[in-house]
Every structure is written in C-alpha cells, then in structure tokens.
Design a protein around this ligand. Structure first.
Ligand code: URA
Ligand code: CA
Length: 434
C-alpha cells in the first residue's frame, strides 16, 4: 500500500477500507508516514467527510495505536461521561458520587490540562490531603468497594490521536466532524469505557458554537459508539453562559457539594440529573430513564450521594470534613463585588471571556508550567434572564491579588444588561440516543 494512493482515493471522495485505515494510523504513529502526507489526508477528509464505517474504523485504529485500560476487574458496566468542554462545568464532580451512590461503578481516569480552571484532579486537590497517586490494583479495589475512585492519567493512550490532533491544530483541519468524533471516542474507549454518555456543549462558550453542528457531532459520536459495541447517548446542552455559578477550583468543589445536597444552582442540578439518568440507565441500574432519575433524586434526598462523596474523598487521603465545613477548603485573601452600573435584565454573559477573567486570577493554567491557585475564582450572582438593580453584585471575585481592575473590566465587557425583559436560555436542546 502507498499513502499517496490513499490520499488520492479520499481526495476523490471514495471510501477507505478497514485495512487502509489501519495502515495509515499504524504508519503515522510509527513515523513511516510523514506529517505532510497525513496533513494532506486530513484536508481531504475535511472536504470529503467519512462514511460511518470509516469513522468507526478510524476510531478503533486510534484506540489500538497505544495502550488500552483493562477495567474488567471492576464489577458492572463501566459508563464514562465526556463533556466537550465549557466554562465552569462542575458536572463531573457532581456526577461521579451521584451515580456511584446508586451503584454505577465510576472508574475515572482524569487529567489536569490547560484551561480557564484546572481539570477534575486539580479541583479535587483543593480538598486537603486528597491525592490520585494510587496504583492500578488500589484503584480497582476502591471502585469495587466504594463504586468510585479517580486516578491520574498514565500509560500511552491513543498516541495516534495525540499526534494527529497536534497536526490538525496547525493545518486548519481541527474543525472536521469525523475527525473530532473519532478523536474523542477513541480516548474514551481506550480508557476502558463500556458505555459512554456525551455532553455536547453548544453556544458562544462552546467548542461548537452552532446548534446544528453540535447535533451533527453528537450524532457522529453516538453512531461510532454503537458501531463499535459501546452503547452511547448524547445530550446537547447550553454553553451560551457558564454552567452553574462557580468558576474556580475550590469554588466548584463547594458548588458540587451543594448540588449533591440538592441545594445547587438549578441549571447544574438539572443537567446532572439528565446526564446521570443516562449513565444509570446505560449501566443497567434502572430499566427506564424515569426510574434512573427517581433513583438519583432519592440518593440526593437521603444524603447517600453526599456520604458517597465523603467516603471517596477519605479513601484517597482527603479531609472529608470539607463537606460539612466549607472553611476547610482553600480560601482567597480578598473578595470584591462587581456592581451593576444600571438597572435591567442580564441578557448576555460571554462564557469564554468570563473564563479568561478566572484564569487571570490564577484559577487555570495558561501554559503547562503555570501554577494553579485553587482558592481563587468567580461566583456569578446573576445569570441570563435575572433582573438586576444598579449597585447589586453581578459577580463576586475571589482573589489573592489586591488589584483586580483588569479582571473587573473584562467582566464588565462580557456581561450585558438590557432594559427589556430577557428569557433564560434553554438548558437542554436535544438528546441523541439513536
Ligand atoms: N477534542 C478532542 O479531543 N479532539 C478533537 O479533535 C477536538 C476536540
Ligand atoms: Ca460551575
């Protein structure tokens, strides 16, 4: 086989076979296929697309380009959740203990990464003593005992995706639905998921800004999952403004605790119940979505969800007393209020810009080397549709620096107040179950 022939085949809109896709991914991972040929192929895929078969084969070829995690020592159906990202998305912190409390095994492998706030591990590390440096056996044992554990990313998972994603980033080929879908799905499958729930964000603060594109991406991923034997469902949810109210590491842990207690922000609570219902259903811990939701509501009401969170924290060295005593979480030195300059209704909160403001405070990493300040961040006191009076606080800024003028200006620029009444945005636009 010659790569040039396969590039021409795709350029002309023909379907690549399983063997051809395996040849490409193997060659590219090993280095026998150079970047210039791979980027040419990526561009051909960008314009010609891929059939359902090609997408499934590409996904599995990338899964097998490196290590895969074997979770078979854990009892039950392992359901993983993936979010396409957004600002202040606290769902992972809530969903883990929430679905574990009804018996779904949560074997979470997580990372740190770049962004407006830290990753799930950074957030959890705001609980004093909590750590993810456990070995594989300990990890499996904890999931079997408590139904939930989190471990840091290790092993060489999907090296083909790492290399290809970096190449796409500099060749104008990131924005291709088949390439995005196979990239995301390959990582979940390599990490050992039997079933997958996807939270595809849409709106100004999302990777996919357009609802139709978001739906298409969701359908592509659900179809790949089902084609390769992993039951997959997707929810399209709003990211026209940040989810919940907290954006920051310790602040989001606090928000997760509130939500597990049934006292969290309405949008976060609702999205977690929806995504959680799919997870419980796919894990076969309920025979219908309604039954799944009832079970989740029950563990919130009874306190079992919070108990599960405490057990999980303690099992990994964390101080579980933070659940009842928020002061035990890292606290910022200063607190400032962003006061509304006029009366009206909040009509826009540009999620990306708010995220950037949180990052300037130190809540996230701009580069791999940056240090995260776990205590700092933002609390949105108003969301789209809320009425506001001049002088009322729109946002509380938690900072360890005394001068937050730049942050305030950024926030003023990203929050619009209109004279006319505004409706709160739709939270869940669609569910894709196929
Ligand atoms: N996220 C991924 O993991 N892969 C993509 O290709 C795009 C977004
Ligand atoms: Ca949040």
């Amino acid at each position: 086989m010659r790569m040039v022939d396969l590039i021409e085949k795709k350029r002309d809109g023909k379907e690549l076979t399983k063997e051809e896709i395996q040849f490409i991914i193997k060659g590219y991972t090993e280095g026998s296929i150079p970047d210039y040929q791979m980027s040419s192929l990526a561009m051909a895929i960008f314009f010609q697309g891929m059939t359902e078969n090609e997408r499934a084969e590409l996904t599995m070829a990338m899964v097998h380009s490196g290590d895969t995690i074997d979770l078979s020592a854990i009892e039950g159906i392992k359901v993983d959740k993936h979010s396409t990202g957004g600002v202040g998305d606290t769902t992972t912190l809530v969903l883990g203990p929430l679905v574990a409390a009804v018996g779904v095994p949560v074997a979470k492998m997580s990372g740190r990464g770049l962004g407006h706030t830290g990753g799930t591990i950074d957030k959890l590390e705001s609980v004093p003593g909590f750590h993810v440096e456990i070995d594989n056996d300990e990890f499996m044992k904890l999931v079997n005992e408590n139904k939930i554990a989190v471990i840091g990313q290790s092993g060489n998972l999907t090296p083909a995706d790492k290399k290809l994603y970096a190449l796409r980033d500099v060749t104008g080929t990131v924005n291709s639905i088949p390439l995005i879908a196979s990239s995301i799905m390959s990582k979940k499958i390599a990490a050992g998921a039997d079933a997958i729930v996807l939270d595809v964000k849409t709106g100004a603060g999302a990777f996919m800004k357009d609802l139709e594109d978001s739906k298409e991406l969701a359908k592509a991923m659900v179809s790949i999952g089902n084609a390769v034997g992993r039951n997959t469902m997707a929810v399209i949810s709003d990211m026209s403004q940040p989810l919940g109210r907290a954006i920051g590491n310790a602040l989001e842990v606090q928000e997760a605790i509130d939500t597990l207690r049934g006292e969290g922000p309405e949008d976060l609570q609702e999205l977690c119940l929806t995504l959680g219902s799919y997870m419980v259903y796919l894990a076969k811990q309920a025979t219908s979505l309604e039954e799944a939701r009832t079970k989740l509501e029950e563990v919130i009401r009874s306190g079992k969800a919070l108990e599960t969170f405490k057990t999980f924290l303690a099992a990994q060295g964390g101080d579980a007393s933070v659940v009842d005593n928020p002061n035990a979480l890292p606290q910022a030195k200063y607190k400032f209020e962003l006061e509304a300059k006029e009366d009206g209704f909040v009509s826009e909160i540009v999620a990306d810009a708010v995220g950037t403001a949180a990052m300037w405070l130190g809540a996230g990493r701009a580069t791999k080397e940056s240090e995260i300040d776990l205590a700092v961040g933002l609390m949105l006191n108003k969301k789209i549709g809320d009425e506001v009076k001049k002088g009322e606080s729109l946002v509380t800024i938690y900072s360890n620096q005394e001068d937050v003028e730049q942050v305030k200006q950024k926030l003023y620029d990203s929050i619009t107040i209109s004279k006319d009444k505004v409706e709160a945005p739709t939270l869940i636009y669609a569910t894709i179950t196929e």
